[in-house]
Design a protein around this ligand. Sequence first.
Ligand SMILES: Cc1ncc(COP(=O)(O)O)c(C=O)c1O
Length: 415
Amino acid sequence: MNIQSLLATRTKGLASSPIRKLVPLMRKPGMISLGGGYPNPDTFAFQSLDVTYKSGRTDTITETAMDMACQYGPTDCHIPLKPLLQAWHRHKDGIDLAGDQMQVLNGSQEGLHIMAYLFLEPGDAVAVSEPAYPGALGAFRAFSNTFISFPLDAHGTVTTELEKILEDHRSRNLPMPKFIYEVPNGHNPGGVALSLDRRKHLLEIARSFDLLILEDDPYQLVQLDDRPPIPSLQSLDTDNRVVRLDSFSKIFAPGLRIGYASGPAEVIRMFQLYKQGTNLHTSAMVQSLLQSYLTQHEPSDFMDLIRSNCALYRANRDAMVDAAREFLPDNVRFNVPNEGMFIWFEFDRAYDTTRMIDTDSIDLGVLLVPGGAFSATGGLSNCMRASFSMVPPDKIREGMKRLGEMVRRESARHN
Ligand SMILES: Cc1ncc(COP(=O)(O)O)c(C=O)c1O
């Protein structure tokens, strides 16, 4: 596909920094660098860092590794982290990423922003689910507030509907989206996963309309029923049109702010040019911590730790589902999630979840997010998102009981 023709005009001036280009060369053995304006490592404040992981393993970041953690580094990836990330991606998704196909990010949120920066002119559209992750809507809205919304059901994006909507746009000569934004596993807030058949259909749709797909997949490994994830869109893609965002937030530590983009080298190169002009690279210290962890934990060990952590989320999910069945009226619709951290509740049309939460959440002592926050079109006022990640099962049960009372109060307002 012709990526260049999709790029926003603001990207035309993006050029590689002449100093950044020197970075890989400066580390060549025998090279005497009088180039970059790097501070001398002798002046760095850190001597060493001892890390103890909950797995019981320990590590010390010291000497050259500490100097590298404190120093400026390459834009795309901390040098010793790159092969570890490539091995992780191969283990997890069965994909071999070339060196120029990945860019480490300050969390996948940065990737959402960069995609919008690179591709969206004011008025350009993005195809997004209704409901959608508000962080993505916010990132896209900074550049364009035009969305083409498609519905979700228990199997994720209703691809037949998306196809019809895009056909309709094309036949009426309306602008086509610059990309399709898809959260394929444990959708936030929908709590659903895109089925394998629909993944294949989505890729066919992208091919027939010649569109990029942005695959934002932070919940891929938050599998609540101990099943292997459905193959990623990137792994099913045969014509290089998927830009994928992986995040370590939900499986490692969100405060570290680390994730990575992978995909067509041409797009990843643009990600790098963007990073060069904004933050040069993701913190080398943070990347060193991930490097240390991935050195101490083989991909299969890491996967086992993630699976055992998912047991906690499974118990929480089960508590929320059981309590929803016990305390909510039968006309409240929801899907039981197999991945992720959320359940999306849909009430009858007359319910106003913003009013419910504004009026009663403090009094009842239970917090949820009203559906409107997840709408690109100002809808979903009869929906709300509940998260089961943070509180233990007994509190989840009590919270759902309180939600039941909130619902009772709202229905009393209608009668
Ligand atoms: C769908 C989705 N995308 C992206 C993010 C941001 O993740 P990160 O912490 O990697 O920036 C989140 C966080 O909740 C999310 O739910």
